[in-house]
Design a protein around this ligand. Sequence first.
Ligand SMILES: NC(=O)c1ccc[n+]([C@@H]2O[C@H](COP(=O)([O-])OP(=O)(O)OC[C@H]3O[C@@H](n4cnc5c(N)ncnc54)[C@H](O)[C@@H]3O)[C@@H](O)[C@H]2O)c1
Length: 437
Amino acid sequence: MAAAFAEIGRARPLSLKTSREITVAVMGAGSRGQTYTEYGKLFPGTLKVVAVSDIQKERCDSMGRLWKIPQERCFGDFREMLAAGRKGKLADVLIVSLPDDLHYEAAMAAMRQGYDILLEKPMAQTVRECRALLERQHETGVMVAVGHVLRYSPYFRALKGALDRGLVGEVVNIQHQEPVQWAHMAHSFVRGNWHNSKASTPMIVAKSCHDLDILRWLIGRRCVRVSAEGSVALFRHENRPAGAPPRCTDGCPHEKFCPYSAINIYVRQHRHLYVFDLPRKFTSAQILKKLRTTDYGRCIYDMDNDQPDHIVTTLLFEGGVTASFTLDAFTPWGGRRTRVMGTMGYIEGDGTTFTLHRFDTGRSYPWSFKPTDEGNYKDSGHGGGDLQLIRDFLEAVDTRDFSRLSSSFDDSVEGHVMGFACERSRLCGRKVVVAMR
Ligand SMILES: NC(=O)c1ccc[n+]([C@@H]2O[C@H](COP(=O)([O-])OP(=O)(O)OC[C@H]3O[C@@H](n4cnc5c(N)ncnc54)[C@H](O)[C@@H]3O)[C@@H](O)[C@H]2O)c1
């Protein structure tokens, strides 16, 4: 048992030797576009950005300068990049790191142009669009990797390794929690890009398609039926305290006592500042200016948000295996919590470490990732999953061996379909069958 357990701790080095430098076109030079392409700077000779598109000129120019991209390959709207690609692909692969509502259009057109794609999640805004993407991927034969970064993190890989080796016997039930963290909820899902489910995607898809994909992957069986409950408990207009002005910067009398105050989150606690594109050395005045001019400074109770701040779901998988998944905004920390109940053992994990308890011997086996195991490991975000994903993606493109990816596109679509089924159940109050066709 100890030997089997030691095996699962082995992770691959982050570095990669490709047979050539793989050229990349980036649609959306924001946070995700920058994160993935950083790999090429860490490991020169693997990845080179040769074209970029972003409607924010500074972001487009900044990536253009970083990679010395000729002006004619720096585009504004992604459709300009697609138009230029009609005469021939601009790069070996395309990274689609645009806002949620543009993924479908971009990916459908890019597949037609023959690009292998790293497509950010959520892949689309409806089940119908997800199915259409899958159909086109089958038709064109291109490779599509979805940004399910958790699958690539050493922690979840080890957890999956433990289950695949039968270390808990047969999996019977999993309890999985996604603690969003109170300030992250306020930042991204009340004030930020994902505050409205119709403009982006429902919370359970936007945030938790990762978790549903992870559950499907860990259990290794198809999900057949789901049910979900949840609502917006706090961030509602009627909870706005008397006298609160439209912006926290307008002299709100409640500002000092409100944890969700934009001044508290951004100026005092310096959280989530990456969205403001601030210079390396910034001042509070520069943050306050952003709060006066963007949604990030608005009263938390005065947004047109509709994303639930708590969701509870139950999921039934083939063979009677069950899982429950809970999303919670009101936690002091992020990082997924998972409990796996098997016929021969139990695993409990907190997103960084986990412990296997065996019923036969009564022994416990703790697992934690040691960066030295991997040599040049870098915690790139999502438990290291961000850069592990791009490494595997480049390797799959280089070798034309799509199995190097943790997830087939079919699997990724299934995880999304589960999410849309949960949302339907939450809204209609009934159990919903997960139908792939
Ligand atoms: N895999 C993950 O864990 C993960 C984490 C965060 C975000 N995401 C997803 O990645 C995507 C990007 O998120 P982000 O945090 O990088 O957002 P972002 O806002 O930082 O970046 C998106 C960029 O797209 C640009 N853009 C908008 N419209 C455009 C258009 N028409 N043409 C060209 N560029 C355009 C914006 O100017 C922006 O720079 C989102 O869909 C998000 O849901 C995935």
